[in-house]
Design a protein around this ligand. Structure first.
Ligand code: FPP
Length: 227
């Protein structure tokens, strides 16, 4: 039985709205509870020997279609989260980064994002990447255009290098809440990923469940197209 390394973990954090609805609460309460779980899971990953990169889907290019009030709330929550969690990043040696097109965000939020990126740039236990205004098709189109603009040949390597980040491909992709789809997340980087879908709603997700999922992943056989 092979013991796979888990360097890059990606998570589609889904189910905040349903979690809140089940409790008769406003959807925003679900997002607030979800932000707490982001903190716990990030800390767990920083302390984990193998995991070097954690990519979290925080806001997709399609999320702008939500009611304006919910979009505004998510923007404020992300900003508040970054402000509050800087000590967590520093204490746990976590570098913060983003993927996605930040240009549509407010100057306030962009400033906060850049502040935390700058403050944490030399940290090395874990890189936490938030996907913000991120869509994989959008990322791939922007990458191909970059390759063409540089008069380079369109090759797998050149496209890979022109993506939003030079980070490695994804080893394991988890989606919470029972939905079994990828929703335009990291389409290029999941070519050979393992997938795990759990029915747990994101605000109920714990590091204990993550540990069990990692054990399940470790015992899988990965062949990358070989035999
Ligand atoms: C899906 O729940 C989740 C999101 C739209 C984004 C994830 C946001 C968070 C976890 C909170 C804030 C993040 C950070 C980094 C502070 P949903 O609303 O689609 O749930 P539903 O499918 O049950 O409606």
């Amino acid at each position: 039985m092979s013991k796979n390394r888990l360097e890059h973990l990606a998570i589609i954090m889904d189910g905040n709205g349903r979690w809140a609805k089940k409790r008769g609460l406003n959807r925003t309460k679900g997002h607030e509870a979800g932000a707490e779980v982001v903190r716990d899971i990030t800390k767990f990953c920083a302390l984990h020997d193998d995991i070097k990169t954690l990519t979290l889907y925080a806001f997709s290019t399609e999320n702008w279609k939500r009611p304006q009030m919910e979009v505004n709330f998510l923007m404020k929550l992300i900003k508040r989260y970054l402000k509050k969690e800087l000590p967590l990043y520093m204490e746990n040696n976590i570098k913060f980064d983003t993927i996605g097109d930040l240009s549509s965000f407010s100057k306030d939020l962009i400033d906060e994002i850049n502040r935390v990126k700058e403050a944490t740039k030399n940290n090395s236990a874990l890189t936490q990447i938030l996907a913000l205004n991120y869509g994989a098709q959008d990322e791939i189109v922007r990458a191909v255009n970059r390759v063409l603009k540089d008069n380079k040949e369109v090759t797998i390597e050149n496209i890979s290098n022109a993506l939003d980040t030079p980070y490695s491909s994804i080893d394991l992709l988890i989606r919470t809440s029972g939905e079994v789809r990828v929703s335009n997340f990291l389409l290029w980087q999941i070519a050979y990923s393992e997938f795990y879908f759990t029915k747990t709603l994101w605000p109920d997700f714990t590091s204990k469940e993550l540990e069990e999922i990692i054990q399940n992943y470790k015992n899988r056989e990965r062949r990358f197209g070989g035999i």
